[in-house]
Design a protein around this ligand. Structure first.
Ligand code: SF4
Length: 367
């Protein structure tokens, strides 16, 4: 687990963010070399085990049922399908498999029992297993831990202030509560955000400040660039430039020195030279495979060539020392109803409402 080393202020994070770019990259690369092997980059693969039909209104997400994005809904994938996806991922050098389900929150039902089986199946292949299933209770986190889960992902997305313009169906505190439940189950925490959603630099700095202020800091921080999908309220946003991505990776590296910074969605818009700068600035992981949940991702063979060219080595599983085991459950781990009562801010977001209406109209027209 990653201990906090320094308490950062917003002014300091801001100052870092505004440091001349090459100076910032140099500082970040120095920190990276002090805390990590700079040649090692973890390859992770993201598998959407249950796609679409999500009741939330995240303005960036093509899987929100209310927007008409053309994403096809799929039920939970079978154990065999996931085992074979994990083996294919291992064949391209992946040491971590992340399974995502488009749920608001985990429920204590047969679907969750099935996810627990999926976690055990992938863990038995000697891979690090991560899940991103929405909000979850402490006991649900414990069940996943006993199935051999390595990490749980739940992103903060952006600053607390800007979050109110992005999602109305759950609060920032709900997100922080899930992260705290994950910690209580002794799982590693993966939490990051998305840039390019129209947020200010101040929002980016505030999000990093919140993440860096968690005690302990997240073990893993994905930095995503928005992939604007037609039919979502963010469909008109332009891709962010590579310099912003490099800057964000570098600042994340400096304020959370032991964390693995993950270069996540948006890599298709980046040249290999741009990605190389991100690795220099401290990115220690990529997601490989042709899809990231529902959005495109670079070809795995191109990634292998890039690794060869840059002298990078795929990181092996469990090198950080945490080796979760599959354990029997000898206690009642059903959730307390209070754990599952999430707060709702009760506010509306005009763009999300408008695109919900548009979605309804489009679906009606297609009937
Ligand atoms: S980001 Fe997750 S919670 Fe939000 S709509 Fe998409 S699948 Fe649902």
């Amino acid at each position: 687990m990653v201990a906090n080393k320094k308490v950062w202020t917003l002014e300091e994070v801001h100052e870092l963010y505004n440091t001349p770019l090459l100076e910032l990259v140099y500082r970040a690369a120095t920190v990276h070399r002090q805390h990590h092997n700079p040649r090692e980059v973890q390859i992770s693969t993201l598998v959407s085990i249950k796609t679409g039909g999500c009741p939330e209104d995240c303005a960036y997400c093509p899987q929100a049922a209310r927007y008409a994005t053309g994403v096809e809904n799929n039920d939970l994938l079978s154990v065999e399908t996931v085992r074979s996806a994990a083996m294919q991922a291992q064949a391209i050098g992946a040491s971590r498999l992340c399974m995502g389900a488009a749920w608001r929150n985990v429920k204590d039902d047969e679907d969750f029992d099935h996810v627990v089986e999926l976690v055990k199946t992938v863990r038995e292949l000697d891979m690090e297993v991560c899940c991103t299933l929405g909000m979850l209770s402490e006991n649900q986190a414990k069940r996943l831990a006993k199935a051999g889960l390595y990490a749980y992902n739940h992103n903060l997305d952006t600053s607390e202030e800007y979050y109110d313009d992005i999602i109305s169906t759950r609060s920032y505190d709900d997100r922080l509560k899930t992260l705290s439940n994950v910690r209580k189950a002794n799982l590693t925490v993966c939490s990051g955000g998305i840039i390019g959603m129209g947020e200010s630099v101040e929002d980016r700095c505030k999000m990093l400040l919140t993440l860096a202020g968690l005690s302990p800091q997240p073990d893993s921080v994905p930095i995503n660039a928005l992939v604007a999908v037609e039919g979502t309220p963010m469909e008109h946003l332009k891709p962010i430039g590579i310099w912003e991505m490099v800057r964000m990776v570098a600042v994340t590296r400096i304020v959370m020195p032991d964390t693995v910074v993950r270069l996540s969605a948006g890599r298709t818009e980046m040249s290999q030279e741009g990605q190389a700068l991100c690795f220099l600035a401290g990115a220690g992981s990529i997601f490989a495979g042709d899809k990231l949940l529902t959005t495109p991702n670079p070809d795995a063979y191109e990634d292998m060539d890039m690794f060869k060219e840059l002298g990078l080595i795929p990181k092996k599983p469990f090198t950080d020392g945490f080796v979760p085991q599959i354990e029997e459950i000898n206690e009642d781990l059903s959730s307390n109803p209070d754990d599952l009562r999430w707060s709702r801010p009760g506010h509306t977001i005009e763009a999300n409402v408008q695109y919900t209406k548009l979605g309804k109209e489009k679906r009606k027209a297609q009937e």
